[in-house]
Write a protein that binds this ligand. Sequence first.
Ligand code: DC
Length: 233
Amino acid sequence: MSAHKIIIAIDGFSSCGKSTLARELAARLGYSYIDSGAMYRAITLYFLRNQVDYSDHSAVLAALANINLTFVFNEQSQGSDIHLNDENVEPYIRDMIVSEKVSEVSAIREVRSFAVAQQKRMGRKKGIVMDGRDIGTAVFPHAELKIFMTAEPEVRVMRRFKEMYAANPHTTIEDVRHNLELRDYIDSTREESPLHQAEDAILLDNSNLSKEKQLEMVMDWVKSLTPKGEPAI
Ligand code: DC
């Protein structure tokens, strides 16, 4: 493992393969991987389950005071599962009902402050790969490596459809397309830290790139950042 640990921020539109790349990169580097979207999804799940009126700021603050989010390593999947108040909610956070509301919930200022404060703490020791929408712009503006991922819309729709269809065969391509378009719109036009490419982020369009090729490219970027004489990994 490298003595020179860095922070890698990966941002981009929904279903660009950010999590897949981030997870593999973290495994390769011996870093921890944090899926910041899972935090917004778990908060949304809590709001839905507890019928929190999220147009009411004091109700939002009261609800956030009852939320404890942790990432727990799962031996079987070799990844981290998000726990909401000690319950593993990983199986529920990607349901369409959560996907339909998560962009609205994550646009709320109090929700963002709550999640961002926790994300910043997780990066204190570096050695972390975090993916999301505002990681390179708001959470870690000084990250050593920032990547902004994108892919053609239809490529993204089909990727997300395959994932969701495997979990629920009632999912339709139209539902997935509509949800992605809506989330991209809300995520990139909201007032609080909207999704945009940081000036110093490298653009990675992976419409026609295999997972292996992407990993290889990013590993080269990581190595080019490592001071000479230090092991890259
Ligand atoms: O990465 P994802 O699709 O699981 O993220 C779910 C939603 O959470 C996404 O539509 C926008 C929001 N999000 C955000 O606002 N900021 C982040 N850093 C990560 C996700």
